[in-house]
Write a protein that binds this ligand. Structure first.
Ligand code: SF4
Length: 316
């Protein structure tokens, strides 16, 4: 892995004092843990659009699909200004090549989901999306996105970070070499990762790569990128991981003794009933991959998708 991964983050989560009350919402997991592997590109829609700090708070009002952004007490409507700024800003962000975005939850500007939208009578419903977050997700529909609160869920966290690392690898590959050979090599390395997200997409992507000569290079890479990001959006599950672990075990038919195979099966069984996290069978299988130098498995991203110090597979 080369440079750090660049992701966008709502500026208040990085500790910037940009909130309506002059404070911040510094998230230590983002800055202290993810910060060891990622560079952050801060965005504060409300400050960038021209609001002062401190300022009157804002809220979404009206139709949840197309809400107005209004000040809470004085009822001033700032929708057009925010929409115009957001649509310009997302186009500018193309050049930053962000591999993901972490949004501040609940914010009428930055919240990704379940943001309160008030009826004209003042009743809130948690069904809205912040105006900048919506513009970002419409413009970059496949880039991995999450909110800081949802990152406390180990499964969502692992999925999000795994997707970011996979996208970074893909970008590094395409920047270096857009040959069919480099696509085949990339795809070969990701096979088990893809299988852990979606067996159907895994098969479709294999077919796409096998028929790669049918397409122009641009079309092939563009189709592959879309399918890759769509696959990564589908969450891994216990069942899908067990399928991949058993698939890996199949590569050791001749090398492992009956006792060693039994040990792996027992550990997979312990993972199945929730007694051990995913990292346990993965560590055992990695031990055999190294011991027997199994060439196909040694390449597999699935066995080492992100830095161990993030401990992402210790809780899933
Ligand atoms: S939630 Fe968004 S708009 Fe509000 S302070 Fe944070 S970054 Fe700025």
């Amino acid at each position: 892995m080369g440079d750090k991964i660049k992701i966008g983050v709502s500026a208040c989560l990085l500790g910037h004092k940009v909130r309506f009350d002059g404070g911040h919402k510094h998230d230590r997991f983002i800055t202290d843990t993810l910060g060891q592997h990622m560079d952050f590109f801060p965005v504060c829609p409300e400050v960038e659009v021209g609001f002062p700090v401190p300022r009157e708070s804002l809220r979404l009002v009206g139709n949840p699909e197309n809400p107005r952004l209004k000040t809470t007490k004085t009822d001033e409507d700032h929708t057009e200004g925010m929409l115009n700024w957001a649509h310009t800003r997302v186009r500018e962000l193309e050049k930053e090549k962000l591999c993901g975005f972490i949004f501040k939850s609940k914010s009428p500007s930055s919240g990704m989901e379940r943001v309160k939208v008030y009826s004209e009578k003042g009743m809130p419903q948690k069904i809205g999306v912040g105006i900048f977050a919506r513009a970002f997700m419409d413009h970059f529909p496949l880039i991995p996105v999450e909110e800081e609160g949802r990152l406390h869920d180990p499964k969502l966290r692992e999925n999000f970070i795994e997707s970011i690392f996979a996208l970074k690898k893909w970008r590094e590959t395409t920047e270096k070499d857009q040959s069919l050979g480099s696509l085949v090599d990339f795809h070969t390395r990701q096979k088990l990762l893809l299988l852990s997200h979606s067996p159907v997409h895994y098969r479709n992507m294999g077919k796409l790569v096998a028929e790669g000569k049918k397409y122009s290079r641009d079309e092939l890479f563009s189709r592959y990128e879309t399918q890759l990001l769509e696959t990564l959006k589908l969450k891994t599950t216990l069942k899908k991981n067990i399928n991949v672990l058993q698939h890996i075990l199949g590569y050791f038919k001749t090398q492992l003794s009956a006792d060693e195979k039994q040990e792996v099966l027992e550990i997979i069984g312990q993972y199945r009933i929730g007694n051990v996290p995913l990292i346990v069978p993965i560590t055992l299988l990695n031990h055999f991959v190294r011991k027997y130098q199994e060439p196909y498995l040694m390449k597999q991203t699935y066995l080492n998708p992100h830095p161990v110090d993030l401990k992402l597979r210790n809780h899933v």
